[in-house]
Design a binder for this molecule. Structure first.
Ligand code: MTE
Ligand code: HPA
Ligand code: MOS
Length: 772
């Protein structure tokens, strides 16, 4: 008799118990008590050494000489490692091999790592750093994308997405407007700075605890630099104190350096960047300089849109080409534009390589079309929302990249927001307020968003899950998902608890580890719960079916008659006397495998770069925000009265966590658009290098009222349990803040000419208010 009939039986219906959507973040208890572990909290081996990075204080130059002698003489300094100590390749570039781990011959940005100082304590290592003398022959420094374009300094060839006939259509437009727009970079400011701890094991193996979104990237690059096969390197991640894209690629060098030192010295090495070092050495969101031309008909339809986007990539590719591509994917935001010509240049400058940041280039593209619409509205004397509403994407319309939009919620979310938040009445109240208030003026803006879900690089859309049911009935789950505060571990726990119908306390989400789940994509693109969650569903369902077979055979019934509910076995709807624990005990006795591994790869998606057409996204996320601001027209300061959002969660599997994502992303978006001003000197030195010179949103900059209503929809089957990705899209609601402020300024100064140069800091507001 064959007990287990099929290893991979066909899908069966999930347990009847509805998923527990109300579960709170499983990290909340240890977070609140300060017991959650980060890299700096790992128990280190006795004798662990501490490392500090020596970096360039010249943004572009030939290295003439570096004198390490005084630093090496300092008591407690163990070693200083440079490119000469790299046994493999001195190369960490992710997309292109254009980035050395340690500078060799030349430096390309201020803050570029040149050496690693390893000492008995961090204090000694830092003291040694001040004793190193570097001499450069200085070369011309480029800090802006415009300068780079003029000089022909590029990371990669430009990319263009085209739809229809732009040039021909402009000839037929009733109105044409042209303009310029700039959006600045943004510092990730994850609370946990970059860092890693590397431990040498036997036989030259190395184990690294890293604060990374991409464990496999760390493993692969460490192996390449150390000249080892990947199986000798193990990466372990418990959680991150925030990543926001800043640890998708840029967590790698620190882990590699710690591992290199561990390999050389056969001792554990810890490398944690100080905030100042982190701010100076790591890349940020890409600033973009853009020019646009928008053509409309008399009835405000956008007929043609041409845009050229200059991305300030910094001194090496990092993820810039992929980010540039996503800028094009989102260049028309939530609108259907039948004729589009969009081109992006990835410009090479002497800044730290800029990198992934929540939205991955999408927000930058969306800001430009919103700028174009605002300018058109201002010059035509209509409300921007009249143009926005007239052009919202509808079912079966085509994006410039060839994907045909289905299950579109652009209009739905817009109309819901308009009605539920009484947009017209809100406007009237503002007109009334403004006509009675000489100094304080209010402004309102509506901001629709559309964001594509999937890694734009199709081949990255896969994940695996490894599930063990232990013999006592407790469950251990490993996936590629990295918990960075977004709550993915809680969602994974919900999935397993739901499928097995067990209490969540029976489920443990293991650390993310490359020996348990290999060859992973980073936790990014808002897709972590979708990809890993779908793999987890498959693994759990396979195990569940195996368990059901045991019961079916014992009761001589069809497997369809077997169900698990609240840790009890049911047959034909009747509760049996078998508990979950007893079922697992039986499975052990019958020698049934209680471990399962499953692989998920997003179906349908594809993209042909030679044609720049395809179907890159599993689905899109939609939503609409109404932002209201009050500007103090004596001081130039402002506050946000309210942000009211209708957001497309699909069918949220955890409304509490998802609301937290919307609120956090919104505030981060508002910060980017209004306060956060990255500044570099002409010589390439970061000026906004501390929290005294770089302003991030605090409790006072949070809108007085934030209301988020879920859009009623059927969800999308490509999303995990129909619960749509939520990590990045709501950041773009923050773009509305920029326009709300300008609309208030216009109410004070009718001569104010719209400017599209973010962030809209109080200084810029003040200058604009009195500009004639
Ligand atoms: N939320 C918190 N608390 N911390 C983070 O670092 N990163 C954001 C977003 N939300 C982030 C976050 C970014 S950039 C992405 S891509 C997604 O979370 C990644 O997680 P997800 O794929 O599970 O949404
Ligand atoms: N989003 C985030 N990270 C990525 C992507 C993306 O679309 N593509 C490659 N890395
Ligand atoms: Mo998010 S920018 O995809 O890490």
């Amino acid at each position: 008799m064959q007990l287990v009939k099929t290893l991979h039986p066909p899908k069966v219906k999930k347990s009847s118990k509805p998923i527990d959507r109300g579960i709170r973040n499983i990290d909340s208890y240890t977070h609140l008590r300060g017991e959650s572990l980060y890299v700096d909290d790992v128990n280190v081996r006795e004798g662990t050494l501490h490392a500090v990075v020596f970096d360039s204080n010249c943004a572009h130059g030939k290295i003439k000489n570096i004198d390490y002698s005084k630093a090496l003489d300092l008591t407690g300094v163990v070693s200083i490692l440079t490119s000469k100590d790299v046994p493999g390749e001195n190369q960490i570039g992710g997309i292109f091999p254009d980035e050395p781990l340690f500078a060799e011959g030349e430096v390309h940005y201020w803050g570029q790592p040149m050496a690693l100082i390893v000492a008995e304590t961090k204090t000694i290592a830092k003291k040694a750093r001040r004793l190193i003398v570097a001499e450069y022959e200085e070369l011309p420094v480029i800090t802006t994308a415009k300068q780079a374009k003029e000089k022909g300094s590029f990371i990669s060839a430009p990319r263009s997405f085209n739809l229809g006939d732009v040039d021909g259509t402009f000839a037929e437009c009733d109105y044409i407007f042209e303009g310029e727009s700039f959006s600045n970079g943004q510092e990730h400011l994850y609370i946990e700075a970059q860092g890693a701890y590397a431990e040498p094991l036997e036989n030259g193996n190395i184990r690294i605890v890293s604060s990374t979104q991409g464990p496999t990237a760390v493993q692969k690059t460490t192996a390449q630099v150390l000249g080892l096969p990947m199986h000798k390197i193990e990466i372990d991640v418990t959680r991150l104190g925030g990543g926001f894209g800043g640890k998708e690629d840029q967590a790698t060098p620190w882990a590699v350096m710690a591992a290199l030192a561990a390999q050389h010295l056969n001792q554990s090495v810890k490398l944690i960047l100080d905030r100042h070092d982190d701010l100076r050495m790591t890349g940020k969101r890409h600033p973009y300089n853009s020019t646009y031309k928008i053509g409309l008909s008399k009835d405000l339809k956008i007929l043609a849109y041409e845009v050229e986007l200059l991305q300030n990539a910094g001194a090496a590719a990092d993820l810039s080409p992929a980010i540039a591509e996503r800028t094009l994917f989102h260049a028309t935001n939530s609108y259907y534009v039948p004729n589009v010509k969009s081109t992006v240049y990835s410009c090479k400058t002497n800044l730290p390589p800029n990198t992934a940041f929540r939205g991955f280039g999408g927000p930058q593209g969306m800001f430009v079309i919103e700028s174009a619409i605002a300018q058109a509205a201002s010059e035509l004397g209509v409300l921007p929302s009249a143009i926005q509403e007239a052009n919202l994407l509808e079912e079966n319309q085509e994006f410039s990249y060839g994907q045909v939009a289905t299950k579109v919620e652009a209009k739905n979310s817009w109309m819901s927001a308009k009605e539920k938040f009484q947009l017209e009445q809100a406007r009237e109240k503002i007109y009334e307020f403004n006509s009675n208030s000489p100094v304080a003026k209010k402004g309102l803006a509506v901001m629709p968003i559309t964001f594509g879900i999937s890694f734009t690089n199709t081949q990255m859309n896969h994940a695996r899950a490894l599930v063990h049911i232990y013999q006592d009935g407790s469950i251990g789950i490993s996936t590629a998902a990295v918990e960075m505060g977004q709550g993915v571990n809680t969602k994974l726990l919900q999935i397993a608890a739901d499928i097995f119908s067990v209490n969540g306390r029976k489920v443990k989400i293991e650390s993310t580890n490359t020996t348990r789940v290999a060859n992973t994509s980073p936790s990014a693109a808002s897709s972590t719960a979708d990809l890993n969650g779908k793999a987890l569903v498959m693994a759990c369902e396979n195990l569940l079916n195996r368990l059901k077979t045991i019961v079916a055979q014992e009761y001589k019934v069809d497997e369809k008659e077997v169900a698990l509910k609240d840790e009890w076995v049911y047959v034909a709807g009747q509760k049996t006397d078998i508990t979950w624990e007893q079922l697992i005990f039986k499975a052990m006795a019958l020698r049934v495998a209680l471990t399962e591994n499953a692989h998920y790869a997003t179906p349908i998606i594809h993209f042909d770069k030679s044609k720049e057409k395809g179907h890159p996204f599993a689905y899109h996320v939609y939503g609409t925000a109404i932002v209201t601001a009050t500007v103090d027209c004596l001081r130039g300061t402002y506050e946000f009265d309210s942000v009211k959002i209708v957001h497309d969660y699909g069918k949220s599997m955890n409304p509490g966590i998802d609301l937290g994502q919307v609120e956090g992303a919104l505030i981060q978006g508002i910060g980017w658009m209004t306060l956060e001003e990255i500044a570099y000197a002409e010589n390439g030195r970061l000026l906004s290098n501390a929290l005294s010179t770089y302003k991030v949103p605090d409790i006072y900059s949070v809108p007085k009222e934030v209301e988020v209503l879920p859009l009623e929809t059927d969800g999308n089957d490509m999303a995990i349990l129909k619960s749509k990705a939520v990590g990045e899209p709501p950041l773009m609601y923050g773009i509305g803040a920029y326009f709300a402020i300008q609309n208030a300024m216009k109410a004070f100064n009718p001569n104010y000419k719209m400017k599209f140069h973010a962030p809209m800091t109080p200084e810029k507001v003040l200058l604009g208010l009195y500009n004639q």
